[in-house]
Design a protein around this ligand. Structure first.
Ligand code: PAF
Length: 289
């Protein structure tokens, strides 16, 4: 497995790949877990070559967020990626990606980035779009792989690629969960003691919403459910809980399978902010997006 740290090394490596072979890209911020592993395995299965990027992108963190303490484990990540069959890893320092400081270009994908994490983490989606655009241009993949835990991120990136005719395909991959249902996240490493158990607030609330999907149009159902959940999980502090049309990320006209409603949740366990989501029926099919 080739390890690349500069744009020039990457360009040289990319140039040598045969145009007849497919390249899969898995962008990550490192501290890899089985969720990332599933993206890499899918790419290895689909493509002759798989490039994984490891870059903790500063422009997607707000001033009071966890950029400095975001978990980093390059050695562990490289061992896992070699085992999974990645062809190469691009792990540049910040100065290689933003040599003149943060990018001057701002992205907004109206309608898709003004709710959920787009609203509660101002500037976050812009930073994600900056880095994925840079990585797409530097690496020129045929396919890029994103996990559905970050559903809003996936929808926004897919829209970017589609509307601006980026020559690649976005492949969404299922959420990978711990045995008790907690969605895998690099930030789960922060959870200590009772916070780990109370983190089930997210998945448990989503499952209960899904079980109550036929009653959700009745006034008060959601509030009653949430009040009971907050009593069950006193250490969890809700950031948002929204049910949105999975295609447009706007409030659905009705809670019916035709609207492909998806429930989205974000909550703090101490200082750790986690997100999760669950379709109330199924995720919209890609051709409907
Ligand atoms: O999902 C992530 O890990 C990041 O947002 C991404 C897509 C790698 C961009 O930094």
């Amino acid at each position: 497995m080739k390890i690349l740290q500069s744009r020039s090394e990457l360009a040289l490596w990319r140039q040598k790949l045969s145009p007849a072979k497919k390249l899969g890209l898995v962008p990550t911020m490192g501290a890899l877990h089985a969720g990332h592993g599933s993206l890499v395995s899918q790419s290895v299965a689909d493509n002759e070559d798989t490039l994984v990027t490891i870059f903790v992108n500063p422009t997607q963190f707000g001033p009071d967020e966890d950029l400095d303490r975001y978990p980093r484990d390059l050695e562990g990540d490289l061992a896992l990626l070699a085992q999974l069959g990645a062809t190469a890893v691009f792990a540049p320092p910040v100065s290689e990606i933003y040599p003149q400081g943060p990018s001057h270009i701002t992205f907004a994908i109206h309608g898709l980035d003004d709710r959920l994490c787009g609203a509660s983490r101002p500037g976050h989606m812009n930073g994600v779009l900056q880095i994925v655009t840079i990585l797409f241009h530097l690496t020129r993949p045929d396919r890029a792989y994103f996990g559905l835990k970050d559903y809003q991120q996936y929808r926004i990136i897919q829209t970017l690629v589609e509307e601006l005719y980026f020559p690649l395909e976005i492949r969404p991959c299922p959420i990978v969960r711990e045995d008790d249902g907690l969605a895998m996240s690099s930030r789960n490493r922060y959870l200590e003691g009772a916070y780990r158990e109370q983190a089930l607030f997210l998945q448990d609330t989503l499952q209960r919403l899904r079980a109550a999907r036929e009653q959700l149009c009745q006034p008060g159902t959601l509030d009653t459910l949430l009040t009971a959940q907050q009593a069950r999980y006193p250490l969890a502090r809700l950031d948002y809980l929204e049910i949105l049309d999975g295609r447009t990320l706007s409030p659905p006209a009705a809670i019916t399978p035709e609207q492909a409603p998806v429930a989205f949740i974000a909550a703090y366990l101490g200082d750790t902010r986690l997100i999760d989501n669950l379709p109330l029926w199924d995720y919209p099919v890609v051709s409907d997006l």
